[in-house]
Design a protein around this ligand. Structure first.
Ligand code: ADP
Length: 875
């Protein structure tokens, strides 16, 4: 600056520089230099050790010119007294010392740090330059308190030939680095807190780590206290500190009651900081607590700052950090900002810790849960993420789907056999996306367990699993395999249906049975009336008698069938098995039905392979089987049909079977009825088939009888109109019967009349007794009768007949008693006794046997059976 020097009048009368000098310097020594130039020009240098400017050496003048024109902070001391001069840039460093210190001896103006800085002047005065770094604090009194300051400076000697030593003074070029030092110190502390507090597991730990870190920066934080609020927010508890050490006192109480009135409050007035969540500064601490921890300083902090540990997402702060303020530092925005950053980092650590804890808890819970689920007694799976990848599948789950591995695979990959839109996929995806659980008592899905997709049924629930934020992360599925139960239930349902049908069939049957029984009875009753009115005409009578007998036989057959069915059903059928020729039985059956075949104009062909076809069988029953099949063929074929019976041998000896096929050219059987016709009361066309004289019992009897003989029976038909074929298979006995016997049986199907026998009939009912007597006498036998028990015993023992027929219901004593007495009498055990009973139940059989009878016949009596029995009674 090139301005004309002008006298400067300063308002402040207290400043020496304000006093106008006796004369303004006329030379250009102080040209330029702004405020300091003006001050120097107006300064009365004659009062200083430098003397009037006119006496200054050229070196001094030159240096002052350099100083005033320099934009950098410069400071010059001159002469042995070190009189100081400084420029505009240096002025702020002087603070409140300026302007009094202009022209003063350095020793006076820097009195408080002279012991530290003196060598920086002495050295250059002796010709050696001195460097200052910024690593030492100078407590400079320039703001009304001793301020912690830092400088970087170079002190250099200024030559002056006019002096004895050749050195005129010292020039210092310096920069204040106080802010940089503060900044670096704070950054270091903040960095440390960030690293150390980051892994804190609890708010307490975050505070403790921070307090410990702050203890390493005692310059900025002489002491600190961390208080955390109780859950109800009513009190604050001390959790960490620095500077105080163990124990507690008025300034570091363990608990601060936040509800106490300000008057009775103990410790720090935290309530307002907590309430407003704003930073609070407390001054004049000495009045509250006296001495406080000083940190690195020799003075106790005068002020403290309280910063709430507040998180923006929480209505209340976690607590409050209280920190002592460095007594040598101004609490400006940057210093306050530092405390706020510290508190902010504590909050960040607490929040992160809470989150980490929640995650850790969740992870631990999950691990525990998974361990439990692996052992669950039901199938459990956990599927994770939108792709539904199995993260758990317990052994039962693997077993249920017959999979080796599921974990790590997606649901769709584990069940490739399911359609892309299978409901099971929709269920899982729905639970994952909506978070709504799915529960069902029965869920059906066709899973391939190795034999192609099969229906499986599950009791099934799918539940969402959420993370700490509530987001659905997995779906847990629990299933119980109820396939067996469902299939059983379905079987039961179908069985119940079948039973209902069977029951219905039985009802229908019973309703028609009465009617069916009435048909032959009506015919018999009519035939009897006609006989009465026939006037004894032998030809007419014979016709009526034949009708009555036929109808009677039909009645007897029906009742016999019913009784047989009932016995078979109750398992009380007794087979009298003996080695028999099946070929002979077939021929017998054919001849029994021949009359009926001829009556309908059918042609019957009987073809039997060579040999007797020996079977171990109850001959009567097996003959009945063949007769039943033949009768059906006759009935269900329109007149003029072709019937055949074929007997063949199949298989190798040992397992050889006799195969009997009864075939007709009749109406045939629909395919869906082929199995059912063997069931009780089943008829293909009930209305028609009943008219044909059946009750739907015949084939049931055939099947049961054949099965009782270890054989099978099956029906074949190519459908309605195509005829039917029934195939009976019976195991052949290992050895053939001697051929001769075969031939004989075949040759004589009808029993021939034999020698007369002596027969006794013990029967109280006159009609029966008379018919019996007439019938046997007719066959040429010698017949006697008795009417009651005692007479029966007497006559048997007296006549010793070849056969005695004894009715069990007799007057005097009953038939059982007759047998017992006869057997007890001498020679009585050699006699042949036959019991006649109306009922053939098991109890009766037992009684008959116990009484000593040889044989038991149930009424109505089959005349041909009686005839056969009598003729065979004595060899
Ligand atoms: P039914 O007393 O009615 O003949 P079955 O048990 O012997 O009773 O036969 C059952 C039903 O099977 C018959 O009602 C008839 O509908 C059918 N059926 C049996 N044998 C034949 C056959 N040879 N041809 C056609 N249908 C037959």
């Amino acid at each position: 600056m090139n301005t004309t020097p002008e006298p400067v009048v300063l308002d402040d009368p207290g400043t020496p520089a304000g006093t106008p000098g006796p004369k303004a310097s006329a030379d250009r020594t102080f040209d330029g230099g702004g405020e300091m130039g003006a001050l120097m020009r107006s300064f009365d240098w004659s009062k200083t050790a430098l003397g009037p400017v006119s006496g200054w050496s050229q070196a001094l003048k030159t240096m002052v010119g350099v100083l005033l024109r320099s934009p950098s902070a410069m400071y010059l001391t001159w002469g042995p007294q070190l009189v100081q001069l400084y420029n505009d840039a240096y002025r702020p460093i002087m603070g409140a010392k300026h302007p009094e210190v202009m022209g003063q001896a350095a020793k006076e103006s820097w009195a408080e740090v002279w012991h530290l800085v003196e060598p920086s002047f002495a050295g250059p005065m002796a010709g050696k330059p001195v460097m200052w770094s910024d690593n030492r604090a100078l407590l400079v009194d320039r703001k009304g308190f001793l301020e912690e300051t830092y400088f970087r400076a170079a002190f250099g000697p200024v030559p002056d030939e006019t002096t004895a030593s050749g050195i005129g003074g010292v020039l210092a070029v310096s920069t204040e680095t106080t802010e940089q030092v503060y900044g670096e110190r704070q950054r270091k502390t903040l960095r440390e807190i960030a690293t150390r507090a980051a892994g804190s597991r609890s708010p307490e730990q975050a505070c403790a780590t921070t307090a410990a870190t702050l203890a390493e920066n005692v310059s900025d934080v002489p002491f600190c206290l961390f208080y955390l609020l109780s859950k109800d927010g009513k009190e604050a508890r001390l959790v960490a500190e620095s500077g105080f050490g163990p124990g507690s006192g008025p300034a570091n109480p363990e608990v601060i009651d936040l509800t106490a009135s300000p008057a009775s409050a103990v410790g720090w007035p935290l309530a307002s900081t907590v309430g407003t969540q704003a930073l609070t500064v407390w001054k004049d601490l000495a009045e509250w607590f006296g001495e406080l921890p000083k940190g690195g300083w020799s003075q106790s902090p005068r002020m403290a700052i309280a910063v709430p540990l507040a998180s923006p997402d929480r209505p209340h702060p976690y607590g409050v950090m209280i920190a002592g303020v460095n007594p040598h530092r101004e609490l400006d925005e940057s210093y306050e900002g530092f405390f706020e950053l510290v508190a902010g980092q504590v909050v960040t650590a607490i929040n992160a810790g809470a989150l980490a804890r929640a995650h850790a808890d969740a992870e631990r819970d999950r691990t525990w849960l998974f361990a439990q689920l692996m052992q669950a007694p039901v199938s459990v799976c956990v599927l994770s993420g939108p792709e539904l990848v199995f993260s758990l599948a317990n052994p039962l789950a693997l077993q249920m789907g017959n999979r080796k591995e599921m974990v790590g695979k997606s649901l769709r990959a584990v069940y490739p056999e399911l359609e892309a839109d299978s409901p099971i996929f929709q269920v899982y995806e729905g639970v994952f996306s909506t978070g709504v659980p799915f529960v069902t008592e029965e869920f059906g899905v066709a899973i391939d367990k190795g034999n192609g997709p099969e229906d499986q049924f599950f009791k099934f629930t799918a539940q969402p699993i959420r993370d700490v934020s509530g987001k659905v992360t997995d779906v847990m599925a629990v299933s119980i395999d109820i396939t067996a139960q469902v299939l059983a239930r379905r079987r039961i349902e179908s069985l119940v249906g079948e039973l209902r049908q069977a029951d219905q069939r039985k009802d229908e049957f019973l309703a028609t049975l009465a009617h069916e029984l009435r048909n032959p009875m009506a015919a018999i009753s009519m035939a009897l009336s006609m006989l009465e009115s026939s006037g004894g005409d032998p030809i007419t009578s014979a016709g009526y008698q034949a009708t009555a007998r036929r109808q009677m036989q039909s009645l007897v057959r029906m009742v016999d069938d019913l009784l047989d069915i009932s016995r078979i059903t109750r398992g009380t059928v007794e087979l009298r098995k003996e080695r028999t020729s099946l070929a002979a039985l077939v021929h017998n059956a054919a001849s029994v039905t021949r009359a009926a075949v001829e009556a309908r104009g059918h042609r019957l062909e009987v073809m039997a392979g060579a040999g007797a076809f020996p079977v171990d069988a109850d001959a009567t029953r097996i003959e009945q089987v063949v007769v039943n099949l033949l009768n059906n063929a006759i009935k269900y074929t329109d007149p003029g049909g072709t019937l055949s019976v074929r007997l063949e041998r199949e298989g190798v000896p040992g397992t050889a079977e006799a195969v009997l096929r009864v075939k007709d050219s009749g109406r045939g059987i629909p395919a869906d009825m082929l199995d059912k016709i063997f069931d009780l009361f089943v008829q293909v066309v009930p209305s028609l088939d009943r008219t044909a004289g059946g009750l739907g019992l015949g084939l049931t009897l055939v099947k049961r009888m054949v099965e009782l003989h270890g054989g099978t029976v099956r029906a074949h038909s190519d459908g309605p109109g195509s005829g039917s074929e029934f195939e009976v298979r019976l195991p052949l006995a290992p050895e053939e019967l001697p051929g001769a016997q075969n031939a004989e049986v075949l040759a004589s199907p009808q029993p021939a009349l034999t020698a007369p026998r002596r027969v006794l009939v013990v029967e109280d009912m006159e009609d029966v007794r008379n018919i019996f007597e007439a019938f046997l006498a007719n066959l040429g036998h010698e017949v006697s009768t008795a009417v009651d028990g005692p007479q029966g015993v007497a006559k048997i023992l007296e006549l010793l007949p070849d056969v005695s027929f004894v009715d069990v219901g007799l007057p005097g004593f009953d038939g059982y008693e007759v047998a017992r007495r006869v057997r007890a009498s001498p020679g009585g055990d050699q006699l042949y006794l036959v019991a006649l009973t109306g009922y053939g139940g098991p109890e009766t059989k037992v009684k008959v046997k116990a009484a000593g009878f040889d044989l038991h016949i149930t009424k109505p009596i089959d005349a041909s059976e009686v005839a056969k029995l009598v003729s065979n009674s004595r060899a």
